[in-house]
Design a protein around this ligand. Structure first.
Ligand code: AMP
Ligand code: GLY
Length: 427
């Protein structure tokens, strides 16, 4: 079969890499893909925003299955268009993707489903929002309702900060329409974990638990990023906790979506806060996590095509994902300055040496080739150096051995990826 991956980041490189190894897959395409992804797939220059162009491409080149990486095409309704044209695609439709595109919608679904989550209020007016923040007490969390490229969440330690965040979203239009509605939410303490499942809208295929590192600097300091590294399994989500998450979070959410007539066939990614053995939902995403997808694809023994088709065809309930009994760790190598401004175009050395290590895959998130054929950095997150070994400790060591073979000017790497999984009391 011929498979198309939509997107061009590290997550999509990992998906394309996994699909390319599938016995059932004859050829993988990526749109738009990237120079890095072109090592495992044929890249076609159509962007995720051009839904009609993608549907035409799929018909023209005879794609049997399309897998969507990022949330934006899902929120824009790519699945609705493909379904109308009889094209097989994996992901929720536009209404289902609201789960990521609207935090207020997510909260409604969670409350309706009885899923534990932070107390909240939804506002379009400034004064009632300010008042509610004071009722919740400090710290308090202010969230733009819509998609805001990961920047729409402000954790406020003072009411002045909360008022500032609310004013910038509701009055100054900081995020445009995405911030015209806000969610004001109770601050939750605990440890975060990512729980990613695949669903056909009825049953659930759990993926292995994973955990990412959102802040840019060691010790979880500095601004939030898309994710500076990830590991799987995540010891905080053991088998009993995974069962609890499915029973109290994932399945009730799937049932509530179905109850609203939403036919959700895709990835359901719960961002969890776990405290005293109890999971609460921070957010939902409607796609694979990035970088979490990278260690997950390394550890997944099942055919990804089989899992995806089980969801599209309504067989999730009778399907399980098989995982290698080992661990994988992804260390993100970023451009210095990210998530703020950074320089591009520096020559990257050592990728081949790193990738030659047994158990290591180097996924490309933001690279290109210069005229001389050298790899150069063109994005904030540049490489996801991902290693698989018997334990988290060994995989971490292997990942850093690979990272240390790679260099460019101003490269930034967190040095403490997975440390919490190795010694849980580490800060
Ligand atoms: P979100 O996009 O909603 O996941 O928020 C981004 C990050 O903000 C999360 O990964 C958490 O680290 C943090 N966060 C969001 N909501 C809360 C909350 N209610 N309590 C504590 N931290 C939160
Ligand atoms: N790693 C966090 C995310 O993909 O949203």
């Amino acid at each position: 079969m011929r498979v198309l991956v939509i997107g061009g980041g590290g997550r999509e490189h990992a998906l394309a890499w996994k699909l390319a190894s599938d016995a059932r897959v004859e050829k993988v395409f990526a749109a738009p893909g990237s120079a890095g992804i072109s090592q495992v797939a044929e890249c076609v220059a159509v962007g995720g925003g051009d839904i009609a162009g993608l549907a035409n491409l799929v018909s023209e080149i005879g794609i049997d299955l399309t897998v969507v990486g990022p949330e934006a095409p899902l929120a824009d309704g790519i699945v609705d268009v493909f379904r109308d044209r009889g094209l097989r695609i994996f992901g929720p439709d536009k209404r289902g993707a609201e789960l990521e595109a609207s935090k207020a919608f997510t909260k409604e679904i969670l409350v309706e489903a009885g899923v534990p989550t932070a107390a909240y209020g939804k506002f379009r007016e400034l004064e009632p929002a300010k008042k509610f923040a004071r009722e919740l007490g400090l710290p308090v969390v202010v969230k733009a309702d819509g998609l805001a490229a990961g920047k729409g969440v402000v954790i406020c330690q003072t009411y002045e900060e909360a008022d500032g965040a609310l004013t910038s979203m509701l009055t100054a239009g900081a995020f445009g329409e995405a911030g015209a509605t806000v969610v004001v939410e109770e601050f939750l303490e605990g440890e975060e974990a990512s729980f990613i499942a695949l669903t056909d809208g009825k049953g659930v295929i759990s993926l292995a638990p994973s955990q990412d590192h959102k802040q840019v600097f060691d010790g979880d300091h500095g601004p939030n990023t898309g994710g500076m590294g990830a590991y799987s399994p995540a010891p905080i989500v053991d088998a009993a906790m995974a069962d609890e998450v499915v029973a109290t979070v994932i399945q009730p959410t799937v049932d509530a979506l179905r109850g609203r007539g939403i036919d959700y066939r895709g990835v359901l990614y719960a961002g969890l806060m776990i405290k005293d053995g109890r999971p609460k939902v921070l957010e939902y995403n409607c796609r694979f996590g990035d970088p979490e997808c990278q260690p997950l694809m390394l550890r997944l023994d099942s055919s990804l095509v089989d899992l995806i088709e089980a969801c599209i065809d309504g067989n999730a309930q009778s399907t399980r994902a098989i995982w290698a009994d080992d661990a994988a760790v992804c260390v993100v190598m970023a451009s210095g300055g990210y998530p703020a401004a950074y320089e591009k175009g520096h020559v990257i050395t050592g990728i081949d040496d790193a990738a030659a290590l047994e158990g290591v895959e180097v996924f490309h998130a933001g690279t290109s080739r210069d005229d001389g054929g050298n790899w150069v950095n063109i994005g904030g997150r540049v490489l996801g150096v991902t290693a698989r070994a018997d334990s988290i400790a060994d995989a971490t060591q292997l990942a850093y051995t690979a990272v240390d073979k790679i260099a460019w000017k101003d490269v930034h790497v967190r040095r403490d990826i997975a440390r919490k999984a190795i010694s849980p009391n580490a800060t």
